[in-house]
Design a binder for this molecule. Structure first.
Ligand code: KG4
Ligand code: ZN
Length: 356
């Protein structure tokens, strides 16, 4: 068997020369086992996902050990399904991209180990992808002509960051949450309201019938100078309203409270990210991460961007939450710009943004 590193470097160079290279993406950072085949970085040939949500719902949140075990059980069939749906063989794949950070370490380990095994056995270049950069890349799938530079607001279960996308593999951190991530706040508030996991989409449904002006939950910090956010104060305010009402034996209008919470979070994300785009002179603002599936946030950002003549981009609904097409897409740009990853690459619980 030839040395893998040498072959990987040669095949990565061939990848860059090809007209329509094929990349297989693998994602297992949290509670979705996913695989996807993408052509020339932007054309999705297949996107297979096995979600573990029904299992974790029984416990009210993701149970890491159950997640790892389920990834182990499913990863082989999900990868096979993605190859079959794309109508290609493993031999025809030109490179393999895998999420190696951030996420649950045991869950990441399953995808990374599987991708390493596949890359070694099939003698393909391997590229480790940061999950957050994958979420940003989901926009390239929806907007085939989108190119950096642009401003991006990343809002997921673990992250809320304003990132300047200077190039496909070049990012500058502009702002971040000082405490909870936006998705985390959605999930915790939903839980306090007795809604099932994952709370974000459930809370959005409840908020549809509510008055967003009923409770004023905005904080001075989120409306002030700078580009950092804070969501834990808004979350605590909601919990206190529920608690006080319960103690007094009063009924709270849950739809109004959900709508008011959603309004406070979407206002903060919108105000700061649009201001960041304007202050840095960027004509495009993109939205990324699981919370990008929130229609109120999409609409609010769209309106605010229109007001300032900024182009607003957000991924198609199916690429908002965790998927492997976005990992394959970012993997393409990583391999275009850098040497492939060594087979010794290790999973890491933290994102590069947390290290900035
Ligand atoms: O990106 P993602 O799928 O996983 C992480 O990388 O964290 O994001 C999941 C997060 C969860 O917190 C979930 O509640 C939130 O995104 N989310 C939503 C919506 N859909 C997913 N939050 C608000 N509204 C939604 N429609
Ligand atoms: Zn994610």
């Amino acid at each position: 068997m030839p040395d893998h590193r040498e072959t990987a470097l040669i095949k990565a160079a061939e990848y860059r020369e090809k007209q329509a290279p094929l990349i297989l993406g693998i994602e297992s950072s949290c509670d979705e086992t996913a695989a996807s085949v993408v052509r020339a970085g932007r054309e999705v040939l297949s996107a297979s996902v096995h979600t573990q949500i029904p299992v974790h719902r029984l416990y009210g949140g993701v149970v890491p050990e159950i997640a790892s075990r389920s990834h182990t059980e499913r990863i082989g069939s999900v990868v096979r399904d993605a190859l079959d749906k794309a109508g290609v063989t493993l031999e025809e794949i030109d490179a393999i991209a895998v999420t190696y950070r951030p996420g649950l370490i045991g869950a990441l380990l399953v995808g990374v180990s599987y991708a390493k095994g596949l890359a070694f056995a099939a003698q393909k270049p391997l590229v480790g992808v940061d999950h957050i950069t994958g979420h940003i890349a989901a926009n390239y799938i929806t907007y085939p002509e989108l190119e950096p530079p642009f401003m991006c607001i990343v809002a997921s279960g673990g992250h809320s960051h304003i990132v300047r996308v200077d190039g496909y593999t070049d990012f500058t951190l502009i702002g971040r949450t000082r405490d909870d991530a936006a998705g985390e706040a959605f999930d915790k508030v939903a839980r306090a309201m007795g809604l099932p996991y994952p709370g974000g989409p459930e809370l959005e449904k409840l908020a549809r019938g509510g008055d967003p002006e009923a409770f004023r939950l905005h904080t001075a910090f989120n409306e002030g100078e700078g580009f950092d956010f804070s969501f834990s104060g808004i979350k605590t305010a909601v919990v206190n309203i529920l608690h006080n009402a319960e103690q007094k034996g009063e009924e709270v209008n849950r739809a109004d409270l959900a709508a008011s919470f959603q309004r406070a979070v979407t206002d903060a994300l919108t105000i700061k990210s649009v201001r960041a785009a304007r202050e840095y002179g960027l004509g495009t603002l993109a939205l990324a991460g699981g919370v990008s599936a929130n229609t109120a946030l999409r609409d609010r950002l769209q309106r605010e961007c229109e007001r300032y003549g900024i182009r607003f981009c957000r991924p198609d609904m199916r690429y908002c939450t965790d998927n492997a097409a976005m990992i394959a897409c970012q993997g393409h740009y990583e391999i275009m710009a850098h040497d492939p990853s060594p087979l010794s690459i290790d999973p890491n619980a933290a994102s590069f943004l947390q290290m900035m």
